[in-house]
Ligand binder design. Structure first.
Ligand code: ACO
Length: 428
């Protein structure tokens, strides 16, 4: 391949370098374009812009491929678990058994929150959304460990193993502490002998007096959801984390920003929006056909469908669809909204509106149904997404802290007023 591209602007030709990724993706390197030509590129929503070179995750949206550090998501879903996959994302290789034990122990050691963080969680207004609680508590956590939170890259990298374990561990406890507080219940102590998900489920739902254990099928369904959400390349929240990290901020600040970015209904908030949509369809006595028609007319959106990158089946949705069946069967539950979801999917996949636009189910289409079956309140669904995404955000923070040279700072095309004079106002 020729290593250059030529751009002609008016009478001038500009030679630009081409970059090739490990999977043969091609990009035109425009980093010198403005210097050479005084022209910038315009890409509303960044759909055609590579913002960085990264070694964490590869997606081929046309083929429906997702790989973490080179491992296919379906292989990881079958053979790994959330903590092992988290290690892979953060450190670049699957851990040895010794490395995995020490990573797990480090995470377990931070399960209990400092009192100051608990006070912040309890002090927030009662109607604060769990994602708002998580973002605030993340900043409070950094404040309680100032030695991990210096905004000096060298120091923050030296303490990164501790801060990564602290963040991953504390996110579960923050979520459960707020949930128990709103229910007027006491948070049970975590047990270091239990797995990551078992501890979380116990903190959320079990009381010390309960004689029954959390079924293993519930624990493995949650572990799978976390693993499937663990990273997804340069999405809205990860780009936000990287943007914050590029300014030199510590991991706590960076992840608090990631949590806020994830909250929106077009991103992580879609899992809540799917359940709301399915319930509304059910309550309206619709089998889904009326809803599909109104989505085609642009009056509403089929939540959990479509993706900026996938123009094919989201590989995570395929895995979750069968996990959803298994989880409901193991729990002995039948869900009327699952039947509606299946029907919506079936109809949409043969409808020309969705086919022509390459709109397929995304990861959020089935995750909400499983989370609801596991007993999580709907407004916590996005928090669960955030807990799963934490290792990805941390991996990207580390990549920037180790290699990032420039602060991220896009330009704009200004379309507002040109210079105005105060006289305009006097003549009104
Ligand atoms: N239902 C109905 N129509 C849709 C949908 C949908 N879910 N998604 C896209 N379209 C239509 C648009 O109206 C547009 O139609 P047009 O060409 O006639 O104007 C066309 O498909 C392209 O849509 P865009 O919004 O340009 O696609 P984009 O790539 O910007 O958006 C997004 C992707 C935001 C995910 C979108 O598909 C959507 O809103 N989906 C529903 C929300 C959702 O499930 N979000 C979760 C994404 S996964 C994640 O973040 C974990």
């Amino acid at each position: 391949m020729d290593n250059n591209a030529t751009l002609t602007i008016g009478d001038n030709d500009f030679t630009l370098n081409m970059l090739e990724g490990a999977e043969s993706e091609l990009a035109i390197d425009i980093s010198q374009l403005r210097k050479q030509s005084k022209v910038i590129t315009f890409d509303d929503g960044y759909g055609n812009t590579g913002s960085c070179e990264s070694k964490v995750t590869f997606i081929d949206g046309d083929k429906g491929i997702l790989r973490y550090r080179g491992f296919d998501i379906a292989d990881l879903a079958n053979r790994s678990n959330f903590l092992e996959t988290s290690y892979l994302l953060i450190y670049g290789e699957l851990p040895t058994s010794i490395e995995l034990s020490s990573f797990t122990e480090r995470i377990s050691s931070y399960a209990d929150l400092p009192d100051d963080v608990i006070s912040v969680i309890k002090a927030l207004p009662a109607k604060t959304h769990p994602m708002g609680v998580l973002a605030s508590a993340m900043q409070a956590l950094g404040g309680t460990y100032p030695q991990f939170c210096t905004n000096n890259r060298k120091t923050d990298l030296e303490t990164f193993d501790e801060s990564a374990a602290l963040i991953m561990s504390a996110m579960r406890t923050i979520a459960s502490t707020r949930h128990r507080f709103l229910q007027n219940e006491v948070l049970p102590k975590s047990n270091p002998a239990n797995s990551y998900c078992e501890n979380f489920l116990n903190m959320m739902f079990r009381n010390d007096s309960d004689s029954t254990e959390i079924p293993p099928s519930v624990e493995s369904a949650l572990d799978l959801i976390f693993l499937l959400h663990a990273d997804h390349e340069q999405n809205c929240s990860t780009s936000t984390c990287r943007m914050i990290a590029s300014g030199g901020a510590n991991p706590f600040a960076s992840l608090a920003g990631g949590v806020s970015a994830l909250w929106g209904p077009l991103h992580g908030g879609a899992n809540m929006a799917v359940i709301k949509m399915l319930n509304e369809i059910h309550e309206a006595g619709d089998d889904g056909s009326r809803f599909i028609e109104s989505a085609k007319q642009g009056k509403t959106r089929l939540m959990g469908f479509g993706h900026r990158v996938y123009r094919n089946y989201d590989p995570r949705a395929k895995i979750l669809k069968s996990a959803c069946d298994d989880a409901l069967e193991a729990l002995g539950l039948s869900s009327p909204i699952l039947s509606i979801a299946r029907r919506l999917e079936e109809e949409a996949l043969k409808d020309s509106y969705f086919v022509e636009r390459k709109l397929y189910p995304n990861v959020d289409f089935y995750s909400g149904i499983i989370l609801q079956a596991l007993g999580f309140p709907t407004d916590m669904f996005t928090v669960l997404f955030a807990i799963g995404r934490a290792p990805g955000w941390l991996a990207h923070w580390k990549e920037i802290a180790e290699n990032g040279k420039k602060i991220h700072r896009p330009r704009q095309i200004y379309q507002g007023h040109t210079l105005r004079a105060y006289q305009e106002l006097e003549n009104r």
